[in-house]
Design a protein around this ligand. Structure first.
Ligand SMILES: [Fe+2]
Length: 355
């Protein structure tokens, strides 16, 4: 019998990149009044290190765009699932000040989360794989190259946000796609292959991550689509699926292989994906449960300080329904352990060696 999913999404969450690229209503242009309000907050926060202390919502008021914020919270939760802020004058602010602004905006959408065992809540996305060659000392997002459409680890992470500081020489566009569109295309063209994603795939996390989390590298079977509490949630961590096969945890049969092939082809298709350049000062918020993200291949600069560089936030949104347990591969306890490890490391590291 043909597979029937429990729910077929419709409305704003189902979109095609080729349509959205014709419009710019997913771009929020910061008004002169908001830019002034931001500048005043930056002045008040002078002296604060953006990597350390969080910026609280009341320390970074955005009263000039209160209506917009309410609309955007709704849009990211149940609308298209993303938007881009534009209008910050990159040259007016230092990197640290942009970090403070970014964390300030983030506080209006959720609580920021630790992104690795290094305790970083403001992550630096930059290819330094040639400088920090030891993979175990690098964060996962400190490498370069094309990234196929994926979600970040699910559980606590509701929103993934990125702010552009520097661009590569060429390429490196941000690529996003609606997981709900991918779901419906699979349903229309190959419903039985869609069924494979509801059954799930065995995932395995990297050994170094597992060790720092105090958990087994083998995550087990995780459905890529799960409908619960009125939300159709997507978790698609392709690399983790392949890692499980490489380690002999699972085999991927011909039907599963065909399903993955269809998912990857659809989600990376130029009609489905929205390809955008994030210019320095632009920042993007995406729903990690309904939006897939990736990036185009890029040619970077030689000198580290000139390389493509973005800040990243992972935000938890307490008002949203909980992510289904079956899809929660990175949970609050894991992050608490990361924070504890980072605190131990800081305590054991003299200040002069901390950078
Ligand atoms: Fe990612």
């Amino acid at each position: 019998m043909t597979f029937q999913p429990p729910y077929r999404p419709s409305g704003r969450s189902v979109w095609l990149g080729k349509d959205l690229v014709q419009t710019d209503d997913w771009i929020v242009r910061l008004s002169p009044a908001t830019l002034e309000e931001i500048a005043a907050s930056v002045s008040r926060l002078r002296g604060r290190n953006a990597y350390d202390t969080p910026v609280k919502r009341d320390e970074f008021p955005l009263t000039t765009m209160a209506d917009d914020l309410a609309r955007m919270r709704q849009e990211i939760a149940t609308g298209r699932g993303f938007f881009v802020f534009r209008g910050l004058d990159r040259d007016r602010y230092s990197d640290n000040e942009l970090g403070l602004i970014f964390r300030g905006f983030g506080a209006h959408f959720g609580h920021d989360l630790t992104q690795s065992a290094f305790g970083d809540r403001l992550g630096d996305i930059r290819d330094i794989s040639d400088i920090l060659v030891d993979r175990s000392k690098r964060r996962g997002y400190q490498s370069g190259g094309f990234q196929t459409a994926h979600t970040d680890p699910s559980g606590e992470v509701g929103i993934v946000a990125m702010l552009s500081l520097k661009m590569s020489k060429s390429g490196g566009e941000s690529l996003i796609a609606s997981a709900h569109t991918v779901h419906n295309m699979l349903l229309d063209w190959c419903p039985d292959l869609l069924g494979e994603f509801y059954k799930g795939f065995v995932l395995r996390r990297p050994e170094a991550d597992a060790e720092r989390m105090g958990r087994s590298p083998l995550i087990g079977n995780v459905p890529s689509f799960c409908y619960e509490n009125g939300w159709l949630n997507c978790d698609f961590q392709h690399g983790y699926m392949r890692r499980a096969v490489e380690h002999g945890d699972a085999a991927i049969g011909p039907k599963q292989e065909a399903a993955i092939g269809a998912f990857v082809s659809i989600s990376n298709h130029p009609d489905v994906m929205l390809k955008m350049i994030l210019k320095p000062g632009d920042f993007q918020f995406i729903n990690n449960r309904t939006i897939l993200h990736g990036r185009a291949q890029f040619e970077d600069h030689e000198v580290k300080d000139q390389r493509r560089h973005l800040y990243r936030l992972w935000l938890n949104v307490p008002e949203w329904p909980r992510m289904p347990v079956s899809q929660s591969t990175l949970v609050a306890a894991d992050m608490a352990r990361w924070d504890a490890m980072a605190a131990q490391h800081r305590a054991a590291t003299p200040a002069w060696a901390a950078s």
